[in-house]
Design a protein around this ligand. Structure first.
Ligand SMILES: [Zn+2]
Length: 333
């Protein structure tokens, strides 16, 4: 009897010890898990504090702004931004513009800083087309490999020897004497002319077309004899005229031969209105539109049309951008 009691007692003690052990073990495991979790959270927070997101938020940017800036600005530039005392509201407004190009970021900021009243859309356009340098103050060679999208303007220049080999004379039925252009330009002009005649009963005419570097030089020098300012206002410098490409034509109509300054002039005619809205279907663009003088560097010219191909012309028409802007964003970027 005594033996049995003793054994029971021992078994009871054993059970209690196991129980106690299990409780301890559970407690230790719990503590372990808690500590690991906590340290992980601390580590994560520590890591987060090293991110651009955290640092930008500390400077006063919202989380959304920070995420956007990180997406559109390269790290070296972000590092510089973080050296600044406080948030600069220009940054977010600049990077969220449709035609924003990362490599121009600093130029946009500089331009906006000195021209606070210029809206963001214009800041982007002006810098993209190099106009912030001032007309003719920075010169690049035109890339003739761009074909009918080649850019010639106050910053992009053609070599004095450049001349298309396939220039074709334009029939006197729809051009004044001595005109020539690229065959694709003539073909599309003819189609456009036929449709204008059908719809409006008027007859488009080519006033001016290909001009060689030397021809342009003569025109420019004539103006320059009056003054440099006058010359630059009314003629392109040699190498900087689209007429040298063989892709530009000056258009008026038989019915409205005068370009402007007249109640009956071409710029007030129905055919000009028609061309503005339809010429892209034939691959042409109105090259120097009204309201874009600060981007093209030219006063509006109701007569100067440039062939760029239907696809590009349609895009420029739909997006309301000039060839200069299109080139910067869709080709040179
Ligand atoms: Zn012209």
């Amino acid at each position: 009897m005594k033996q049995v009691k003793k054994r029971r007692k021992r078994r009871y003690r054993l059970k209690t010890e196991v129980k106690r052990f299990l409780i301890y073990a559970l407690f230790i495991i719990g503590l372990f898990i808690y500590t690991v979790k906590e340290s992980f959270a601390i580590y994560k927070e520590f890591k987060y504090q090293e991110t651009y997101e955290y640092k930008l938020i500390q400077k006063g940017y919202t989380k959304d702004e920070a995420i956007t800036l990180i997406k559109y600005i390269k790290p070296a530039t972000l590092d510089n931004i973080l050296l600044e005392e406080e948030k600069n509201e220009y940054y977010y407004n600049i990077v969220t513009q449709k035609y924003y190009i990362e490599k121009n970021f600093q130029s946009y900021v500089d331009y906006k800083t000195y021209h606070t009243s210029t809206d963001y859309k214009d800041v982007i356009a002006i810098v993209n087309v190099n106009a912030h340098h001032g007309w003719y103050n920075k010169i690049f060679d035109t890339n003739i490999e761009d074909g009918h999208l080649m850019l010639v303007n106050k910053f992009y220049k053609l070599d004095s020897t450049y001349k298309r080999e396939d220039l074709e004379s334009i029939n006197l039925a729809y051009a004044y004497a001595g005109q020539s252009a690229a065959p694709i330009v003539i073909e599309n002009f003819k189609n456009m002319r036929t449709d204008v005649e059908t719809e409006l009963g008027v007859h488009l005419m080519v006033n001016s077309s290909f001009r060689s570097y030397q021809d342009q030089e003569a025109v420019y020098n004539d103006f320059k004899n009056i003054s440099l300012k006058y010359a630059d206002a009314y003629a392109a410098r040699p190498g900087h005229s689209e007429h040298q490409t063989g892709l530009a034509i000056d258009i008026t109509s038989l019915e409205h031969p005068y370009i402007s300054n007249n109640a009956n002039s071409f710029d007030k005619s129905a055919e000009y209105e028609w061309l503005k809205n339809n010429c892209h279907k034939y691959g042409f663009i109105l090259r120097f539109p009204k309201g874009k003088e600060h981007i093209t560097g030219y006063n509006t010219e109701s007569w100067h049309f440039r062939y760029v191909g239907i696809e590009a012309a349609t895009k420029m028409y739909q997006e309301d951008i000039t060839l200069d802007e299109y080139y910067a964003f869709y080709i040179a970027k």
